[in-house]
Design a protein around this ligand. Structure first.
Ligand code: HEM
Length: 210
């Protein structure tokens, strides 16, 4: 019971991140009779989307949503003083896995060379490349090993979100809401704003304790 009490945060993130994988599996046929062959189930998309478009849609949306969520962890901590490293790391892993899955769907459907056919794909590709070292160092062991360099490495996530937003904006898909959330987060991180919020929070706590 105490395990659940201490770990429920990242467990919820893991469940939320894993559930949509079943939707994707429902749209594909995986056949193991002669090696592994994956085929798409026809007309599994809705709102006039083909199955492939739907796969891009689900994987891309979850990738950008988790990326936005993980970048709101620091502003959330500044605003409310609540921080949980395991939740943050689970969100980071969810971001990377959904982005890799999105790219794998593209690789299977279009092939690697097609990645360089459009500027927006190249932007997404660089974001995916950035996520590789972030994914492998999203754990306490790497944190201890890399010390100060860990924070520097993690700050590459700012480039990843910028490139991902560029990718989605160039595709003329929903990007503004994510840009606004991430943008407000960056405003809150500005030292001037951050110090004011933290001072306000500490003063309020002192007053409440009187
Ligand atoms: C090599 C890397 C990538 C490739 C080749 C790629 C390719 C694509 C393709 C083909 C689409 C569908 C476009 C359409 O329906 O017209 C798409 C959509 C999208 N991608 Fe990517 N992508 C990559 C990386 C990323 C990354 C890193 C993210 C976010 C973290 C992302 C987020 C999205 C989103 C949100 C959509 C729009 C989904 C929708 O609403 O329909 N992509 N991508």
């Amino acid at each position: 019971m105490s395990f659940l009490k201490r770990n429920y945060g990242w467990i919820i993130v893991a469940i939320l991140a894993i559930l949509p994988i079943f939707i994707i599996l429902n749209m594909t046929n995986i056949d193991f009779t002669d090696g592994v062959s994956i085929t798409l189930i026809e007309s599994a998309g809705n709102n006039g989307m083909t199955t492939l478009e739907m796969l891009y849609h689900i994987s891309g949306e979850f990738a950008i949503r988790w990326m936005t969520a993980v970048l709101t962890c620091t502003p959330f901590f500044i605003l409310f003083g609540v921080n949980n490293l395991f939740v943050r790391q689970a969100m980071g892993i969810a971001t990377a896995i959904w982005s890799f899955l999105h790219f794998i769907i593209f690789l299977v459907a279009e092939g690697f060379l097609e990645t360089f056919a459009q500027v927006n794909y190249v932007a997404g590709f660089i974001a995916v490349l950035i996520l590789i070292p972030l994914f492998f160092t999203s754990n306490r062991k790497s944190m201890k090993k890399l010390k100060m360099n860990w924070k520097k490495l993690q700050s590459l996530s700012y480039a990843a979100i910028f490139l991902s937003l560029l990718h989605v904006a160039l595709l003329e898909k929903t990007w503004l809401i994510y840009a606004v959330i991430v943008g407000i987060g960056f405003l809150i991180r500005l030292p001037l704003v951050k110090d004011k919020i933290i001072k306000f929070r500490i003063n309020r706590r002192r007053l409440n304790a009187l």
